[in-house]
Structures are given as C-alpha cells and as structure tokens.
Write a protein that binds this ligand. Structure first.
Ligand SMILES: *[C@@H]1O[C@H](CO)[C@@H](O)[C@H](O)[C@H]1NC(C)=O
Ligand SMILES: *[C@@H]1O[C@H](CO)[C@@H](O)[C@H](O)[C@H]1NC(C)=O
Ligand SMILES: *[C@@H]1O[C@H](CO)[C@@H](O)[C@H](O)[C@H]1NC(C)=O
Ligand SMILES: *[C@@H]1O[C@H](CO)[C@@H](O)[C@H](O)[C@H]1NC(C)=O
Ligand SMILES: *[C@@H]1O[C@H](CO)[C@@H](O)[C@H](O)[C@H]1NC(C)=O
Ligand SMILES: *[C@@H]1O[C@H](CO)[C@@H](O)[C@H](O)[C@H]1NC(C)=O
Ligand SMILES: *[C@@H]1O[C@H](CO)[C@@H](O)[C@H](O)[C@H]1NC(C)=O
Ligand SMILES: *[C@@H]1O[C@H](CO)[C@@H](O)[C@H](O)[C@H]1NC(C)=O
Ligand SMILES: *[C@@H]1O[C@H](CO)[C@@H](O)[C@H](O)[C@H]1NC(C)=O
Ligand SMILES: *[C@@H]1O[C@H](CO)[C@@H](O)[C@H](O)[C@H]1NC(C)=O
Length: 321
C-alpha cells in the first residue's frame, strides 16, 4: 500500500513537470512563427495588390520586394512575429476587389479600408480571422450580402459598412458578435427586420441603421442596451410603437427614428429618463399626443425634430423643431 502511494505521487510529479515543459515549449514557439506563415502573409498582400484596379496616388508601388512587407504602406505587423495585424488603406482613392486569400492573414485585428472605391462581395473567408476586432469598409461600393461567416469573428468591436450597396437581411448568425461596440450599417439596401438579439450586445455604444429598407417593429429587447449612446434607425420602413424600455436607456444622447411609419405617443417623463439627450428626432412618422414638458429637463438638448407628425402642445424654449 505505502509503496504504491509513493509511486503514484512520483508519477504525478513527472506529469506535473510534463505540463510545465509543454507550457514552456508552446510559449517558446509562439515567438517563432514558422516562416511559411510569414511567407503566406506576403503572398496574400501581393494577391490583394493584383486586385487593385485604380491607384491614382500610387500607394501600392511601395508594395514591392525592395523592403519587408511590414514596411509597406498601410501594413502594420506585430514586431516580434512579423505577421500582419492591421491593414489600413483608408481614403487612398483605391478601386479594386478583396480576395478570399485574406482569410490567411490570421493575425489580423483590423481591416480599415473606408472611403475608397472597393467593389464586389465581401469574402466569406474573412470569417477565418478569429482575432479581427475592427472591420471598417465604410464608403465603398461593396455589393451582395453581408457575409454570414463573419459570425466567427467573435472579437469584433467595430463593424462599419456605411455607404455601400449591400442587400439582403442582417444574417441571423451575427447574433454571436456580442462584443460589438459600433454597429453601423447605414445607407445600404438592407431588408428584413431588426433582429431582437441585438439587445444582447451589452457593450454596444453606437447602433446606426439609417437609410435602409428595414421593416417591422423595433424590438423591445433593444431596451437592454444599457450603455447605448447613439441610436439611429432613421429613414427605414419601421412600424409599430417604441417600447418604453428604449425610452429608458439613460445613456442615449442621440435618438433618431426620423422618416419611418411609427406611431404612439411620447412618454411624459422622456426628458427625465433620457437626461443626456442632445438630439431627439422623430419627424415624418405618425406620432400623436403632447410634446412632453419634461424635455425641458434634458439640459443638453439642442435639437428636437418632430415635424410631420400629429403632436400637440408647445416646444420647450430655445429648441428648434
Ligand atoms: C519600392 O518601394 C520603395 C518604398 O518601399 C520605393 O521607394 C520604391 O520606389 C519602390 N520601387 C518601385 C519600383 O516602385
Ligand atoms: C474621403 O477621402 C477623401 C480623400 O481621398 C477626403 O477628401 C474626404 O474628406 C474623405 N471623406 C470622408 C467622409 O472621410
Ligand atoms: C490562402 O487562402 C486561399 C483561399 O482561401 C487558399 O486556397 C490558399 O491555399 C491559401 N494560401 C496559403 C499560402 O496559405
Ligand atoms: C470608419 O472609417 C471612416 C473613415 O474611413 C471613419 O470616418 C469612421 O469613423 C470609421 N468608423 C468607426 C466606427 O471607427
Ligand atoms: C468560415 O469560417 C470558418 C471558421 O473560421 C472557416 O473554417 C471557414 O473556412 C470559413 N468559410 C469560408 C467559405 O471561408
Ligand atoms: C439573447 O439573450 C436572451 C436572454 O437574455 C437569450 O434567451 C437568447 O437566447 C439570446 N439570444 C441569442 C441569439 O444569443
Ligand atoms: C432596394 O432593393 C429593392 C428590392 O429589394 C429595390 O426595389 C430598390 O430599388 C432598392 N433600392 C435602392 C436604393 O437600391
Ligand atoms: C413598408 O412596409 C410595409 C409593410 O409593413 C410594406 O407593405 C411596404 O411595401 C413597405 N414599403 C417599402 C417602400 O418597402
Ligand atoms: C427605467 O430604468 C430605471 C433604472 O434606470 C428602472 O428603475 C425603471 O424600472 C425602468 N423603467 C422601465 C419602464 O423599464
Ligand atoms: C424639471 O424641470 C422643472 C422646471 O423646468 C423643474 O421644476 C423640475 O424640478 C425638474 N425635474 C427634475 C427631476 O429635475
């Protein structure tokens, strides 16, 4: 008995060392990325360069083999791993398409291509970028659907695709993007309804879905977004009433539902439940009832826009309507 007890301790001891050695060898390896992965990053960047069809500022001429790709314009690498972590080519007047091989840039945390003329579809392969935190494709001409596979990019904080030509619905799969802070899908041609699960995005600060073709009612679950600051659903085809839970998110400073088909009355205490309001706008809807006197308590309110409704009463002093 005694003997076997000692024996098992000794085995545990070795096993414990085994774990330690394993840990040490894996942390050692993470500092030495295989050269094949670095080479794959280089090939992917060259593949992307090939797909640039217009480059009036000749940005891409720096993407040549006279220097390591970590020094190419718009490319940021992790200094120790030499893997690409950020691709930032915003506002460079580039035209071209993205490439499925971008799914090989597995260390990427940011793809920032806003304000160019990229077109074509956003590749499903971006779903392979498990470290991606910032995807900013705003102000381009991307078409097709939002790629459902982005649902695997569960570290995403920013998804900004405003001013593109995207169609279809907000994919159900995006319910996994629970770390989003900025969700901006304005000025596309998205259809379907606003998913209730957006109410589960507890870090959301900006929800901006302006100027699409979204229908149905505004889910009351959005009332759970307790840190929301910017809330705009303007210029869609939304109907129904707005839940009192949404009028109760005290952090909101920008509230706009202009140009929809919403009805109902404004809560009498809205100026107290939304004390941080700077803009409160619901013009071109079918709201009825009195303009809440409590709005005079929202001391930062600069703009109150409710024209083209059936509201009655007087506007608090010093406010435009
Ligand atoms: C290659 O890139 C460097 C900067 O990285 C640039 O100075 C040089 O002009 C480029 N060469 C060509 C042929 O464009
Ligand atoms: C877009 O980029 C151009 C330069 O290419 C700049 O003049 C313009 O202000 C930018 N627009 C926005 C909205 O950032
Ligand atoms: C990169 O990705 C493409 C498409 O997803 C794949 O076919 C290719 O084998 C990958 N290349 C490398 C070098 O890993
Ligand atoms: C996305 O990029 C544009 C410029 O290209 C910038 O104005 C905008 O603030 C960015 N979006 C976010 C959420 O950071
Ligand atoms: C979608 O993402 C998954 C998970 O990252 C990946 O395995 C798969 O290859 C991606 N699909 C496509 C079509 O790239
Ligand atoms: C959202 O949260 C609710 C509970 O608060 C849960 O029942 C629901 O399954 C969640 N939805 C998703 C898509 O995660
Ligand atoms: C949006 O898509 C609908 C059909 O889904 C189409 O009738 C409409 O013209 C499109 N609007 C724009 C601005 O592209
Ligand atoms: C707006 O939504 C209603 C259904 O709520 C639908 O009948 C109507 O066609 C939609 N209008 C537009 C312009 O899409
Ligand atoms: C509004 O929020 C407050 C806390 O901020 C809470 O006590 C109250 O019950 C909420 N009202 C509604 C209608 O949800
Ligand atoms: C709201 O404002 C009115 C007058 O402007 C004031 O009498 C009242 O005390 C204020 N209420 C709160 C809760 O600040």
């Amino acid at each position: 008995m005694k003997h076997s007890c000692l024996n098992s301790k000794w085995i545990l001891f070795i096993f414990f060392h085994g774990i330690l050695l394993l840990f040490m060898s894996s942390s050692f390896q993470s500092a030495r990325i295989p050269t094949s992965a670095i080479e794959s990053d280089r090939l992917t960047l060259l593949d992307l360069k090939k797909r640039i069809s217009e480059d009036p500022l000749q940005i891409m001429s720096s993407w040549n083999d006279s220097t390591h790709f970590c020094n190419w314009f718009g490319v940021t690498c992790n200094p120790s791993t030499k893997r690409v972590i950020i691709l930032n080519l915003q506002a460079q007047r580039l035209a071209g398409t993205l490439t499925p091989s971008m799914g090989n840039l597995t260390y990427l945390t940011g793809i920032i291509l806003g304000n160019n003329s990229f077109y074509g579809e956003i590749p499903q392969e971006l779903g392979r970028l498990g470290r991606l935190q910032n995807l900013n494709l705003s102000r381009n001409s991307f078409g097709g659907n939002l790629p459902s596979n982005l649902s695997h990019c569960t570290q995403l904080r920013v998804l900004d695709v405003v001013y593109n030509k995207l169609v279809g619905q907000i994919p159900e799969q995006f319910s996994s993007l629970s770390k989003l802070v900025y969700l901006r899908l304005d000025a596309n041609n998205l259809t379907g309804s606003i998913p209730a699960w957006i109410g589960n995005f507890s870090s959301l600060f900006v929800l901006s879905l302006i100027q699409n073709n979204l229908q149905g009612s505004i889910p009351s679950e959005l009332g759970r977004l307790s840190g929301l600051g910017f809330f705009s659903l303007a210029m869609n085809n939304l109907s129904g009433t707005i839940s009192s839970l949404i009028y109760n998110i005290s952090s909101i400073y920008h509230f706009s539902v202009i140009q929809n088909q919403l009805h109902g009355s404004l809560p009498p205490d809205v100026g107290l439940t939304l004390p941080n309001l700077e803009l409160f706008a619901g013009g071109v809807n079918s709201f009825t009832g009195p303009i809440p006197v409590s709005l005079s308590n929202a001391s930062r309110l600069k703009e109150l826009k409710f024209s083209y409704n059936d509201l009655t009463g007087t506007v608090p002093q010093n406010l435009a309507i």
